[in-house]
Design a protein around this ligand. Structure first.
Ligand SMILES: CC(C)(COP(=O)(O)OP(=O)(O)OC[C@H]1O[C@@H](n2cnc3c(N)ncnc32)[C@H](O)[C@@H]1OP(=O)(O)O)[C@@H](O)C(=O)NCCC(=O)NCCS
Length: 188
């Protein structure tokens, strides 16, 4: 088996620029969130597959908060870099910036993390090259990704525990004060 050679973050840094055309807009005249999600996935794929030198699939998308609306006519720049590699997985950090060329202004609209997994010719997860970290910032981003991975594991476990507990002991008191109306038609 070929052992993949380590690669620096700079090797796969990728930027996509896309013009926001009228057909991307919602009824309010702003750009659909789904358009940006699709572009985020596209740039994450380009960056991950370049590092992995293999076909990659999207496993998970974190931290997609739309901070500012994007307008028709804006140029949207998506800047992607590998921030972490595991065995077969890679985390890609993506900054989304919207530029109004007429006014000469830019605004940050997203900062997301996408986890991709590299697949081999047998369609199974395959090892990716180690990441060469060449700056303190790249080290910080790598460590943050390690921490996020741990927190996600704890979070998933807690959500499963809470879900099991509520299935076994439905505490309807929990929804008191919430904006819902109970009109149960089944027998719990
Ligand atoms: C991603 C996939 C290959 C994982 O398969 P699997 O049999 O669970 O493989 P593994 O358990 O060996 O996991 C492979 C890697 O994925 C990571 N992974 C799996 N699920 C994950 C999740 N929800 N979030 C983050 N990483 C995840 C594992 O940690 C592992 O990383 P590592 O190799 O760096 O340690 C499989 O679930 C898949 O093909 N999913 C569909 C992906 C797809 O089609 N996406 C497009 C959307 S339509």
């Amino acid at each position: 088996m070929n052992i993949p050679q380590p690669k620096p973050v700079s090797f796969s840094k990728t930027t996509i620029t896309e013009l926001m055309i009228p057909s991307y807009a919602n009824f309010g005249g702003k750009i659909h969130g789904g358009i940006l999600l699709s572009l985020i996935d596209k740039v994450a794929y380009a960056c991950a597959s370049k590092h992995a030198a293999n076909y990659c699939v999207t496993v998970s998308v974190d931290n997609v908060d739309f901070l500012e609306p994007v307008e028709v006519g804006d140029l949207v720049h998506l800047k992607a870099a590998v921030v972490y590699v595991g065995n077969s997985s890679l985390v890609i950090g993506i900054n989304v910036i919207a530029e109004n060329v007429k006014e000469g202004t830019v605004k940050k609209t997203n900062n997301s993390f996408v986890t991709m997994v590299a697949k081999g010719d047998d369609d199974k997860p395959t090892q990716v090259p180690e990441l060469i970290l060449e700056s303190r910032e790249e080290v910080r981003l790598f460590m943050e990704a390690v921490k996020r991975r741990e927190l996600k594991k704890d979070y998933r476990q807690k959500v499963t525990e809470v879900s099991t507990l509520l299935r076994e002991h439905p505490h309807e008191k929990l929804i008191q004060g919430e904006r819902c109306v109970l009109k149960l038609k089944d027998h719990i």
